[in-house]
Design a protein around this ligand. Structure first.
Ligand SMILES: *[C@@H]1O[C@H](CO)[C@@H](O)[C@H](O)[C@H]1NC(C)=O
Ligand SMILES: *[C@@H]1O[C@H](CO)[C@@H](O)[C@H](O)[C@H]1NC(C)=O
Length: 207
């Protein structure tokens, strides 16, 4: 275990999706965050006690940029959208809320385990860059695969279902199916984790 790299996460994304899908408000969902962070912390703790020494703990994605959330929480109020990225501010603030709490927990874990390398991977930051890169990703808020809808996702026709369509050039999309990222987006995020600046410390420095 001491020679292995452990990736503990990303954890919480699916729980939050389930909560938002059942119409919970952001304030209600914030009550879940300490429980989810505690579970991540206890998993990290257990792995280190079993002999793990190098662990990456990723934060949550920028869910306010996901085409499925952009559709579900669509608003006519331009103030609800981030001017630079076009993403929904309130949901991204929720991701930041989770990530801030997780990072605080990692500070405690590092004090408890000074000999372990506990690396925070900032998926949120790495992903957010992609919405500014219109050269590689001309329409970053649209899904490549899905049914008809404002961001090419549909609540009734999901990617792969009868009647769904997929784009011929997924390498130019950030979102594959409205929820999951494309290989191109994951590739860019992985580079940000390996070489920095989106891992603290950058993975290749530790390894
Ligand atoms: C936005 O405004 C249009 C036209 O007034 C209305 O039909 C639509 O329901 C509104 N959408 C939302 C999400 O409020
Ligand atoms: C959205 O889907 C339509 C129909 O498949 C397609 O013509 C259009 O190019 C898509 N838009 C984007 C930005 O992917």
């Amino acid at each position: 275990m001491s020679r292995s790299l452990f990736i503990v996460g990303e954890i919480g994304g699916v729980e939050y999706i389930m909560g938002f899908a059942s119409q919970k408000t952001i304030d209600q969902m914030k009550l879940w965050v300490p429980y989810i962070v505690a579970v991540i912390s206890s998993a990290v703790n257990d792995l280190i006690n079993l002999g793990a020494t190098t662990l990456i703990v990723p934060g949550n994605y920028a869910i306010g940029c996901a085409p499925s959330y952009m559709t579900q929480f669509r608003s006519n109020n331009t103030a609800d959208y981030d001017m630079l990225t076009g993403c929904l501010k309130s949901l991204n603030e929720f991701s930041v809320y989770h990530n801030t709490m997780l990072m605080k927990e990692l500070v405690k874990l590092r004090l408890l385990h000074p000999l372990a390398n506990i690396i925070y991977a900032d998926y949120y930051g790495a992903q957010s860059q992609l919405y500014l890169n219109k050269l590689d990703f001309p329409a970053p808020l649209y899904a490549c695969c899905g049914g008809p809808g404002p961001y090419n996702v549909s609540a009734t026709i999901s990617c792969g279902a009868q009647g769904s369509q997929s784009c011929p050039n997924p390498e130019n999309y950030v979102s594959w199916d409205g929820v999951h990222l494309t290989e191109a987006a994951n590739h860019a995020i992985a580079n940000g984790i390996l070489y920095g600046p989106f891992a603290i410390p950058p993975l290749l420095v530790v390894a």
